[in-house]
Design a protein around this ligand. Structure first.
Ligand code: R5P
Length: 284
């Protein structure tokens, strides 16, 4: 039975359909002091329970741990935890003295309540090593090719930094043709300012598909779009697996003059045009 977190209900429904596994109806409540409490269906006794929760914020983290505990308490025979978007995954090392490796702390906590974990495109796949139970990383980038028109002009699949080039290659392969390339990116750790150093790829008159694992503040993508506009790219499509879209990210991108912005449903946003659930279903 699929057991959804409150922030991941659409993804869980899509996963239920793709995996042909029933969808449990969970109740989410809060006590007067703000503490969460969840209630899962009793029908999970003796069954495999698949807890599906993106840890999009601290509340979602708490709910995930509660869901794991509730299905165990209800007698689930096995607990699988699917984390479509894993929060804190980008804090995968202690960047400055005195800081924690937050993704390790989160992974350890999640591991205590499950038999195995499935994540989708964490920022660094090595994050899976932090879980203390078997963990699988699913690459859902291929579904980002689905909304693209068949008629892209001499397409260039471009990642804003070298770390995401494999995602761009995956989208290109699924699309069925085109070149790939990457820009170089520097981020000022304190101010968050982004500097994009473009490659020498010719973009004038071409359709460009930007691909990244996540759009958070939108700075990386909007700076990349500005460079492409300066160089007379034709249409620019901005795509990512995890459309976090914090603060005014969507406005930044819309005003940058892009053809479209979209991502998957690992985070449920207005731009979640394609579902990563069928890819995850294959790992269940
Ligand atoms: C970092 O390297 C990631 O791949 C993304 O490029 C980054 O997290 C995007 O962040 P933002 O949207 O805040 O620029």
């Amino acid at each position: 039975m699929i057991i959804p977190g409150a922030e991941t209900q659409a993804f869980a429904a899509a996963l239920s359909e793709a995996a042909d596994e029933p969808l449990g109806r969970v109740e989410y409540e809060r006590f007067a002091d703000g503490e969460h409490v969840v209630r899962v269906p009793e029908a999970v006794a003796g069954e495999r329970a698949v807890v599906v929760a993106s840890t999009v914020d601290s509340d979602a983290h708490v709910q995930l741990l509660q869901l794991q505990d509730a299905v165990r308490e209800a007698g689930a025979s096995e607990v699988v935890t699917v984390v479509p978007y894993m929060g804190y995954a980008r804090q995968d090392e202690a960047f400055r003295e005195g800081e924690p490796v937050s993704s390790r702390a989160m992974a350890r906590a999640i591991s205590t309540g499950t038999d195995r974990v499935v994540t989708v495109n964490p920022h660094e796949p090595a994050v899976c090593d932090f879980f203390t139970v078997p963990a699988t990383n699913v690459d859902a980038a291929g579904v980002l090719a689905e909304p693209l028109p068949d008629s892209l002009a001499d397409p260039l699949f471009l990642s804003p930094d070298e770390g995401a080039i494999e995602l761009a290659e995956t989208v290109r392969d699924e699309y069925g043709g085109g070149e790939t390339d990457f820009f170089e990116k520097d981020r000022d750790y304190d101010s968050g300012d982004i500097e994009i150093r473009p490659s020498d790829a010719a973009v004038a008159g071409r359709d460009v598909v930007l691909v990244d694992d996540i759009i958070a503040t939108g700075s990386t993508m909007s700076e990349s779009v500005a460079v492409l506009n300066e160089r007379d790219a034709e249409r620019v499509y901005v795509t990512c697996v995890h459309p976090m879209l914090a603060s005014n990210a969507l406005t930044k991108l819309s005003s940058a003059g892009v053809e479209s912005v979209y991502g998957t449903d690992t985070l449920e946003r207005v731009v979640s045009e394609v579902s990563a659930a069928p890819v995850v279903a294959r790992e269940l």
